[in-house]
Design a protein around this ligand. Structure first.
Ligand SMILES: Nc1ncnc2c1ncn2[C@@H]1O[C@H](COP(=O)(O)OP(=O)(O)OP(=O)(O)O)[C@@H](O)[C@H]1O
Ligand SMILES: [Mg+2]
Length: 234
């Protein structure tokens, strides 16, 4: 099996600001890798380059067999970029659920419109995901009626509804109070048991100590300062 993510010689600048300089990093299928580093070092930018939400100046990124390269013609390669985004879920710190759609509709929209799943199947999958994140009873609610932690969990369920191979998390617990953090950690733990590859930017000790199989520390220009295997007790 090819690596889930293979980053080769990645360089990303904003004007003169070199945020990522010749980064090489490989993540294998099924790994749960945590990325850490000081604020402003480029963690969010790195996640964004992985699905070409940010273009980059040098290097290439392989997502399974899909290759994204510096300077590729975005218009010509639109289908490839779309495919990259389709196989890669993205959970942001601030969940951007559709406010005028119910929780269930939020989960069904992508699968029906993008994956072309039959309504019945999309609905069944959405309900089962809601069950897994502990929100089955909120299927008919609108996002505004949910707590932050609940919205965050819907965000995860929505990413998973797209059948991704890899899910990227950008500080999934940062905006949550301690109780909600715990719930979120449980949800991440639950999905880490699947064959999914997870790449998580977080400083949350519970995630690092008991879920991550690998912890990567980044320094200036996203240099890898340390890269450690974690023995997860389960
Ligand atoms: N759209 C943008 N335009 C210009 N500069 C940007 C842009 N996005 C990020 N940067 C710069 O890139 C650098 C890395 O930012 P990034 O948000 O990736 O850091 P981070 O490691 O995620 O920080 P934090 O831990 O605070 O979330 C910063 O210097 C930031 O100012
Ligand atoms: Mg960030």
């Amino acid at each position: 099996m090819p690596p889930a993510i293979k980053i080769e010689g990645l360089t990303k600048r904003f004007g003169d600001n070199v945020v990522i300089e010749r980064l090489d990093l490989t993540i294998q299928p099924g790994e749960v890798a945590v990325l850490q580093g000081p604020s402003g070092v480029g963690k969010s930018t790195l996640l964004r380059t992985l699905t070409y939400l940010e273009p980059f100046q040098a290097g290439r990124i392989l997502l399974g067999e899909l290759e994204l390269s510096a300077g590729m013609d975005v218009r010509k390669e639109r289908a490839r970029i779309r495919a990259a985004r389709r196989q890669t879920g993205f959970v942001f710190q601030f969940f951007n659920l559709f406010p005028h759609r119910t929780v269930l509709e939020n989960l069904m929209l992508g699968p029906v419109q993008v994956l072309k799943l039959p309504l019945k199947q999309a609905r069944a999958e959405a309900l089962s995901l809601l069950e897994r994140v502990g929100l089955a009873e909120k299927a008919g609610a609108y996002p505004a009626a949910l707590s932050g932690g609940q919205q965050q969990r819907v965000g995860i369920a929505r990413a998973l509804a797209m059948h991704p191979r890899t899910v990227l998390f950008d500080e999934p617990t940062a905006s949550l109070d301690p109780d909600m953090k715990q719930e979120m950690v449980q949800v991440i733990r639950e999905f880490a048991k699947d064959k999914l590859t997870l790449l998580i930017v977080t400083h949350e000790p519970a995630v690092i100590e008991s879920i991550a199989t690998r912890v990567i520390k980044l320094g200036p220009r996203c240099a890898i300062l340390s890269d450690q295997r974690n023995h997860v007790s389960g």
